[in-house]
Write a protein that binds this ligand. Structure first.
Ligand SMILES: Cc1cc2nc3c(=O)[nH]c(=O)nc-3n(C[C@H](O)[C@H](O)[C@H](O)COP(=O)(O)OP(=O)(O)OC[C@H]3O[C@@H](n4cnc5c(N)ncnc54)[C@H](O)[C@@H]3O)c2cc1C
Length: 468
């Protein structure tokens, strides 16, 4: 679904899912009333949005200025200006506001559910100043909204506004991992289709070695994105039941890690896919310009890169690292026998390096703790995804006799060693005769995948290995 469109499926539909999750976790009464309406699939469903951001506070929501006041009849009314309101037409909107007299900063914020239409059928008291003129996701309107004494129900505990709101944000962050996976798959699909039909210099584009190399990177990103999205979605599913210990820690860390990984790689993927179509890729008659514009927003909403990296640090400081390590170790140990097997000890080494580096950060000052964060987060995401990919690569080889996924896993894991290690694999022409199968699916010899995994593993394990 997300391959066809990012704006509608990535935002409005994601909001409905996330609001349902947030109400179910925090307010049984509101959930009983509205979740059935949000999940109604007869065509009469309610739509959902969330208004957090104000001019004063985007990342720093604690600086927000919107106020909630209690009317004489005991109901709550919201006042102030919201600066970024996607799906402003929605029937139900989660709003962060500060009750009069509550302390400043994030702890003083409460969460409210604001209906578009009141029980008596009249419009609630908020206005839309204007719709934003956006770089992308133009199919979905984002507005600036003025709250003019709007009626709203308090959600859950008044003094837990931000943690409750984060329940919604964490679900939409998982949604972004999924949206970017969809985008990367679409980019790969467009590039593969185009290059299998167009010729240059006497042969099909996808037969030229340099194009094959460019295409395989798109396929690696698409496969890795899907693995990340399904991995974190599986943990989220488990968290909907009884989540405990390590699973909770793994979900807490993999959510921001895979959100950041997806947004960074999807931008690269969209840029490459545009180039692959040549001049037409720059022209609005083809899908690439919209794919590129729409995917850029994922890097900003629900936390821009630095904010996500700081969230990773916060999660580590609150003890989530053990869960991440246990989860990654479980997948690495699950690699077992098969062509991807040599990757297991190398990935375990990489995991131990993550453990050492995070332990070293503990005693450092704030600046020294923050500076390595984005690179560390990339490496943590990379190890977690490579472990899952290698595990799936061996399962796939056992089931089909093809080393395709194990080879792609090795090529992905090579990125942990930087450009020189990718080059060790990519510059050896041995893979080119099997490129069709690697790109489009089909039989790849397991020996080829095994020797790729061996090459990557021995370099990653060497003392000089540059991780991340
Ligand atoms: C198309 C679109 C739709 C949106 N829809 C909604 C919506 O429906 N509801 C909603 O509530 N919001 C929405 N947003 C707002 C979005 O979530 C915010 O723009 C985002 O959270 C960033 O906040 P900001 O714009 O205030 O930027 P800032 O918070 O000012 O951040 C600017 C830059 O500073 C960096 N930064 C911030 N703090 C630090 C730090 N401590 N250290 C290092 N770097 C830092 C950030 O990473 C970012 O790169 C939308 C945004 C867009 C673009």
């Amino acid at each position: 679904m997300l391959q066809s469109d990012q704006a509608i499926t990535g935002c409005p539909i994601g909001m409905m899912d996330a609001m349902a999750g947030c109400l179910e976790r925090n307010d049984a009464q509101l959930a009983a009333r509205f979740v059935p309406r949000l999940s109604d699939d007869t065509g009469n469903h309610m739509t959902a949005a969330m208004f957090l951001t104000e001019k004063a506070g985007g990342s720093d929501v604690g600086a927000n200025e919107c106020v909630a006041s209690r009317a004489d009849d005991g109901t709550w009314r919201l006042h102030g200006e919201k600066w970024f309101c996607s799906c402003a037409h929605s029937d139900l909107i989660l709003v962060l506001a500060r009750p009069e007299g509550a302390p400043p900063g994030p702890r003083g914020l409460s969460l409210f559910l604001m209906p578009r239409v009141l029980d008596d059928g009249t419009r609630n008291a908020y206005i839309i100043h204007r719709l934003k003129d956006k770089f992308g996701t133009r199919a979905m309107a984002s507005a600036e909204v003025g709250l003019r004494g709007a009626f709203a129900w308090p959600v859950g505990a008044l003094d837990r506004g931000l943690p409750q709101m984060m329940d919604m944000v964490n679900i939409t962050r998982v949604g972004i991992a999924t949206a970017t996976a969809g985008a990367m798959r679409r980019n790969a699909f467009e590039a593969l289709t185009h290059t299998s039909r167009r010729s240059a210099f006497g042969q099909r584009l996808d037969l030229h070695p340099l194009m094959r190399d460019q295409l395989v990177e798109l396929v690696v990103d698409s496969v890795a994105g899907l693995t990340a999205a399904m991995g974190v979605a599986e943990l989220l599913d488990r968290a909907d039941g009884a989540v405990s210990g390590d699973s909770a820690g793994a979900l807490r860390l993999l959510t921001p890690l895979f959100k950041m990984h997806g947004t960074e790689r999807a931008r690269v993927s969209a840029t490459e896919a545009m180039e692959v179509r040549g001049g037409n890729g720059f022209i609005e008659d083809w899908p690439e310009p919209r794919l590129l514009r729409d995917v850029y927003v994922h890097a900003i909403w629900e936390g821009a890169g630095n904010v996500i990296a700081l969230d990773v640090l916060r999660a580590i400081e609150h003890g989530a690292l053990a869960g991440y390590l246990a989860d990654s170790e479980r997948h690495i140990e699950g690699i077992g026998g098969g062509p991807a097997a040599p990757l297991a000890p190398a990935l375990l080494d990489a995991l131990r390096r993550v453990e050492r580096d995070t332990a070293a950060m503990a005693g450092a000052g704030a600046e020294q703790r923050q500076l390595p964060l984005r690179r560390l987060a990339r490496r943590m995401a990379g190890v977690a995804i490579a472990g899952r990919l290698a595990e799936q690569g061996n399962e796939f080889a056992a089931a089909t006799g093809s080393g395709r996924l194990a080879w792609l896993a090795a090529r992905y894991a090579a990125r942990l060693g930087g450009e020189p290690l990718v080059a060790r694999l990519a510059d050896d022409a041995a893979w080119l005769p099997h490129a069709d199968a690697m790109l489009h699916g089909g039989h790849v010899p397991v020996d080829l995948a095994g020797s790729a995994a061996e090459t990557v593993a021995s370099e990653l394990r060497s003392p000089a290995a540059v991780a991340g």
